[in-house]
Design a protein around this ligand. Sequence first.
Ligand SMILES: [Zn+2]
Length: 156
Amino acid sequence: MNRYLDNYNYWNDSRVVSAMTTRYWKVVQVGYASCIVEFNEFFFEELVENGIFSEEDSCRKEYSGSWGICNICSGSGKVVNPNIDAGGISDWSEWDYEEREAYFSGRYDQPCPECRGSGKVLNPNFPKDIQDLLNEWEEDDYQSHKEHLAELAYGC
Ligand SMILES: [Zn+2]
């Protein structure tokens, strides 16, 4: 068994990536079709620097939103602890009957960290200038995550 490949699969797992990704905003309150979003201080500073907000603005804003299926758990609200099966289970033969039962009966399930078990997420409709900035920042993060993955794959 290739230890580095195991590592790679673990860190490349969408559940793990989701738990690790820096969030520049979070939904702090959800209404019928709108939500209150709180920007973190780094991103808020960036918004101020770009003249989108002023220093006196609150880091909380209300936006309309659209409901969508959570793409981490595909709407089920549950995920299997990625320590168990990230990258697929390779050694079924080493599992005894009881362990397999436990796996399929959901004993290793945990509430989805993304949607907190609801299976759906409200995606705020950010104005274009904010969305563009977010895309930029997230693209940067994604690139550095990928570089980190490449290092793991080569066993650095
Ligand atoms: Zn979910």
